[in-house]
Design a protein around this ligand. Structure first.
Ligand SMILES: Nc1ncnc2c1ncn2[C@@H]1O[C@H](COP(=O)(O)OP(=O)(O)OP(=O)(O)O)[C@@H](O)[C@H]1O
Length: 527
């Protein structure tokens, strides 16, 4: 039984890893390397079952964006079959079921007609912990004997993942245990959208979120437009002890100035003309939970003074009432303005600024997140693939290079919209061509503005001497102007429809358009 000896020999480093202090990702990658040594093939993946979805934890031989994808078991018959089978399963080249990795093995064509795959469930205790998959581009690579090897490997791999979890649990402090218990509790309530990103800059942000979320500290989230500030605010709430209470969001830029105060603090009947009944303000609505003040930099100075008083006293008065109410809220605020500069310019109160920035969190722009752009692209492409009903949607090598080279002035939102448009184009082109159900998204589909001449240095790095470059603000403005003009054109100048298409409030769009000097066509004619 030399093959069995080979299996056992191959597993020795894996088992000895258990005695080492290794980050979980490294353990998983080593597990896959061992598997690939044992059963040579083109791609392997370890996926963890989370509810009805398989989440890739480590891959070898699959494109980078795979780690950003989520595979709904019900939408992938092969993964479903692997989870249902009592042991390892093989899918030969003539198997008609679509492959979840179609288009994700670099170098393969859009059709996988020469293909051999295996998969096996990792079971921990009575339940399925996850799945191992192996793909070979060469037909007949796997034999029935390989199925047995995979079975043996899977039972030991399951033991190592279970032991990894136990070792990790032991190594954690009591505080971490409390946080973990909290996250299990949260798993039962609707999960906030996952934060996709592995770059050092993004991991740093995630660990700061984990640190501050359980506290009641006020957090000021800063970052350029579209970086994901609101997503950060939602994570802060979801990971806090207030998660089962409301998170109430207020977009300070979208509120007409004369209504800001009543929106925030409420009013009583007759407080002003139009106040036909008592109305709760957002502070009271968020009682026990989190109040998220988005675009706080846009708040008028007079309201800033009132907000500061409420934050200091914890007491508020509805407009027109002399009764005091207490609102127990955790405050999270966000802005894409440089608030310190706004303070210097006299547009923002210094005392409120200090009160808000108890724990400042800076969300890094996409261009500082390296290959995260591919992970995010993977997540967005998967969403679009599902929406368009394609079997597979792959990203060509040139498209990946183009994504990595772009400066992303509109950050993650720009990437999200760009891929939605590109997926439509790729899907439409594909519908006219072959019937494989697998479309390729090319660099041409991305239709990106050419990168700015000197976009590479990070925003806060000093510009190299003698190298003039467009400043960030004007690039962001130019990008926003392009998007707004395109939306207005597509919606024949209709502000409400354009605002909906852009995911903005109408008032916010109007304000932004005015700042950028854009006049909707209808008004131009009247002028
Ligand atoms: N790390 C991430 N993983 C997945 N999706 C993300 C991530 N960051 C941002 N997004 C998505 O990008 C889009 C823009 O994010 P969000 O609205 O949070 O940005 P923002 O900084 O608040 O924008 P603005 O400055 O315009 O208010 C949203 O659809 C969000 O879900």
């Amino acid at each position: 039984m030399t093959r069995t000896t080979d299996v056992l020999n191959a597993l020795v480093p894996l088992i000895s890893d258990l005695a080492q202090e290794l980050p979980a990702e490294l353990r998983y990658r080593r597990l896959l390397d061992t598997l690939r040594r044992l059963l040579p093939c083109d791609a392997v993946a370890l996926l963890r079952l989370e509810g009805d979805t398989l989440v890739p934890l480590a891959t070898r031989g699959l494109s980078d964006d795979t780690l950003g994808r989520r595979f709904m078991v019900a939408a992938h018959p092969r993964l479903h079959a692997i989870l249902q089978a009592p042991g390892a399963v093989r899918f030969a080249a003539d198997c008609g079921l679509p492959d979840p990795y179609d288009g994700l093995i670099p170098g393969e064509g859009s059709q996988l007609d020469v293909h051999d795959c295996m998969g096996c469930t990792l079971r921990v205790g009575a339940g399925a912990w996850g799945v191992l998959t192996l793909d070979a581009l060469e037909t007949g690579r796997f034999s029935p004997a390989d199925l047995k090897i995979l079975d043996t490997f899977a039972s030991l791999a399951a033991a190592t993942v279970a032991a990894t979890a136990r070792l990790d649990a032991l190594a954690r402090s009591i505080e971490d245990e409390r946080r973990r218990a909290e996250s299990y509790r949260l798993a039962a309530s609707p999960a906030p959208q996952a934060m996709v990103g592995h770059s050092p800059a993004y991991r740093q942000l995630v660990s700061e979120i984990e640190l501050v979320a359980p506290s009641d500290l006020t957090v000021l989230v800063t970052g350029e437009t579209g970086v994901g500030k609101e997503l950060v605010a939602r994570q802060l709430h979801a990971r806090s002890p207030r998660a089962d209470k409301a998170m109430v969001s207020v977009n300070c830029a979208a509120l007409p100035e004369h209504l800001v105060e009543s929106e925030l603090f409420g009013h009583v009947r007759g407080a002003f003309s139009g106040a036909v009944g008592d109305r709760l303000g957002k502070f009271e609505m968020a009682h026990g939970g989190t109040l998220f003040l988005d675009e706080i930099g846009e708040l008028p100075l007079a309201v800033q003074a009132k907000l500061l008083r409420v934050l200091q006293d914890g007491q508020l008065q509805r407009i027109g009432s002399d009764r005091e109410h207490r609102a127990d809220i955790r405050l999270v605020a966000a802005t894409n303005r440089d608030l310190a500069a706004e303070v210097r310019a006299g547009r923002f109160r210094a005392d409120l600024y200090h009160r808000l920035s108890v724990f400042p969190l800076r969300v890094p722009p996409l261009r500082e997140r390296g290959r995260d752009v591919l992970l995010l692209a993977g997540a967005f492409i998967e969403e679009n693939r599902r929406r368009t009903g394609l079997r597979g949607l792959r990203l060509s090598q040139e498209a990946q290079r183009a994504l990595l080279a772009h400066a992303w002035p509109g950050n993650v939102r720009e990437l999200e919209y760009l891929l939605a448009r590109a997926a439509l184009k790729a899907g439409a082109r594909h519908a006219k061509g072959d019937a494989s159900g697998i479309a390729t998204l090319t660099a041409e589909d991305l239709d990106m503005a050419p990168p700015a001449p000197a976009a590479a240095p990070p925003a806060d790095a000093a510009a190299p001497p003698g190298a003039p470059r467009a400043d960030l603000r004007s690039e962001v403005d130019a990008f926003q102007r392009r998007m707004i003009e395109a939306a207005l054109e597509a919606n024949r100048g209709n502000m409400a429809a354009s605002a909906r298409a852009l995911g903005l409030d109408r008032a916010n769009l109007a304000r932004l358009a005015a700042r950028l000097g854009i006049v909707p066509a209808g008004r131009r004619q009247r002028a």
